[in-house]
Ligand binder design. Structure first.
Ligand code: G4P
Length: 526
């Protein structure tokens, strides 16, 4: 197959949702359709159980299992589908944010009764930063939920994106009859089943009596009214607005009951983008370029204390990646070749000889060679832009509990923060190191890993902080004055950028009004 066709047939995406909306179930059903797995329940092991919140070792064990499902690739109707898994546990949401840098589109799952939830909103904000095309799947239609029109309004308002339903439900809950596929003008009738796939009935004319015969007069009438209203309210579906991240097509279904998934997958393959151009710091990289380039978006550490090994996940952005070929590690300025790069076909991990743009390869790394955001190329010096760091939610001072092991501790902190487990800030006033995380679990993870992998003991000390803000100003003098005035609260991040540590929302507000020439940012890219 021609190189360009290999690129065109690739669909690399992530399924994202607020916990419990049905992300795992939908992912699994997509794999079932793709023939990548044969029984339901196979993906469940990958899921970080919500009940295990206090037992982080258990979570890490499950994360270990999930290496195999980090990327689930399969062939479907001539397309090569790469689903990138994202952790369900919200303490690991930074992992999810980073994974979103490597996808070309996303499917957002929303529970029809709960609508848009906090995590959905956050994830959508990250998608918006890169104008990632979004498809919404409204799940659990077998349960009573919100009125679909209200839900459309809620999606538009809460996710700040225009929507275009491409399927429409006929009733819901106990009375759920199925969906009308507006894209293909067919009726998909619902029979609750976890195993079988429902049949489509082509309805060329929704005014035909055939519709009344199938769904009953009342529901048929309602559907006709709804469709008329839809046509009046929503513009025709236009692929370019979807690709630009301005309009989100919406589908309805029930992942658990295998319903609405095939329509979603078929339409997804047709409209979702193949890998596109990527802006690097130096220039735009096109996937069809002959020379290979790619970047590391995720590092997965092995929790086995006996081998401190990791897998660095690289998204191929241009050219063909080949095994045992020398590539330049741009940050280190060194050349590396990889004898056992892996790809992930559903549950299996295999050594690959080549990979195309859109594909993900796993590179074993035992020596801390890779950091999140590292670029690999065929020789050129370019830098892919990573995802910015966001202000953490929780902060603690990290202290050395074994004076003989200061070196190990520093190395551990350095490498764990490279992996993206947490962020580190150095207070300019007292030189103390502050670790910032998204969730409480990471503190335990870090302490454990420092001890078992680096033989270093740490202790946490409380610090009351509200936010870490990256600051800048066009006025050097104003910046200097600010830093002098707030010297106790100034820190540097890992890259040496200035960070203001605000200990309350009030203090931050005061600083913003007292220093109008300073810009305060909640993420490191501005
Ligand atoms: P998540 O990954 O987004 O956290 O959600 P997950 O797929 O685990 O689904 C959360 C719960 O919702 C699961 O139930 C799942 O069976 C259920 N679910 C998913 N899709 C549907 C659907 O279309 N209809 C209905 N009624 N339920 C659905 P659970 O009891 O938490 O887990 P389990 O015991 O079924 O595994």
């Amino acid at each position: 197959m021609a190189f360009i066709d290999e690129i065109k047939r690739r669909r690399t995406f992530a399924v994202i949702s607020h916990p419990d909306a049905g992300k795992t179930t939908l992912t699994e059903k997509l794999l079932l359709f793709g023939g990548a797995i044969h029984i339901a329940g196979a993906v469940k092991s990958n899921k970080i159980k919500k009940t295990a919140t206090s037992d982080w070792m258990e979570i890490e064990k499950q994360r270990g299992i999930s290496v195999a499902t980090s990327v689930m690739a399969f062939e479907y109707n001539g397309f090569k589908i790469n689903i990138l898994d994202t952790p369900g546990h919200q303490d690991f949401q930074e992992d999810t944010f980073r994974t979103l840098t490597a996808v070309d589109s996303v499917i957002i799952v929303v529970d029809c009764a709960k609508g848009v939830e906090s995590q959905t909103r956050k994830l959508m904000n990250v998608c918006r930063m890169r104008n990632t095309p979004v498809i919404v799947f409204v799940n659990k239609m077998d349960r009573n939920g919100k009125n679909p029109f209200d839900l459309m309004d809620e999606l538009e308002k809460e996710l700040n994106i225009m929507v275009r339903p491409l399927s429409w439900p006929i009733n819901q809950g106990d009375k759920f009859k199925g969906v009308y596929n507006l894209y293909e003008h067919s009726l998909n009738l619902y029979t609750p089943s976890k195993q079988t796939i429902s049949e489509n009935v082509a309805i060329d004319d929704i005014n035909s009596k055939q519709l009344d015969d199938i769904v009953g007069e009342q529901d048929a009438m309602q559907l006709r009214e709804d469709l008329e209203l839809l046509d009046g309210v929503y513009p025709e579906f236009d692929r370019s607005t979807y690709e630009a991240g301005q309009v989100a097509p919406v589908f309805f279904g029930s992942a658990l009951n295998n319903f609405g998934i095939k329509e979603l997958l078929d339409c997804f393959c047709e409209i979702a983008p193949s890998p596109g151009e990527i802006q690097t710091e130096e220039r735009i990289v096109k996937p069809e370029e002959e020379k290979f380039s790619g970047f590391v978006f995720k590092i997965h550490a092995n929790m086995d204390p006996n081998h401190r090994s990791c897998i660095a996940f690289v998204k191929v952005c241009s050219g063909k990646f080949e095994r045992n070929v020398n590539y330049k590690h741009v940050r280190l300025g060194k050349s590396f070749k990889f004898s056992s790069p892996t790809c992930f076909m559903a549950q299996k991990k295999d050594i690959v000889d080549e990979a195309y743009p859109g594909d993900i390869v796993g590179l074993p790394d035992s020596g801390g060679t890779f950091k999140i955001g590292d670029t690999l190329t065929s020789g050129e010096t370019i830098h892919f832009k990573g995802l910015p760091s966001f202000s953490p939610e929780m902060f603690k001072y990290i202290e050395n509990d074994d004076p003989m092991k200061a070196k190990q501790l520093n190395k551990g902190i350095e490498q764990l923060t490279d992996e993206g487990v947490a962020q580190v800030f150095t207070n300019q006033f007292n030189g103390r190191k502050i670790i910032g995380t998204v969730g409480a679990l990471q503190f335990e993870v870090i302490q454990y890993r420092l001890l078992h992998e680096y033989n270093a003991q740490c202790r946490w000390e409380p610090i009351s902080l509200y936010k870490a803000c990256w600051i800048e100003s066009d006025d050097a003098e104003a910046l200097d004055t600010f830093k002098k005035r707030k010297y106790q609260y100034m820190a540097k991040d890992k890259e040496g950028r200035d960070v203001f540590l605000a200990d309350s929302g009030y203090i931050l507000q005061m600083a913003q009004s007292d220093f109008p020439k300073i810009r305060f940012h909640f993420s490191s890219e501005f």
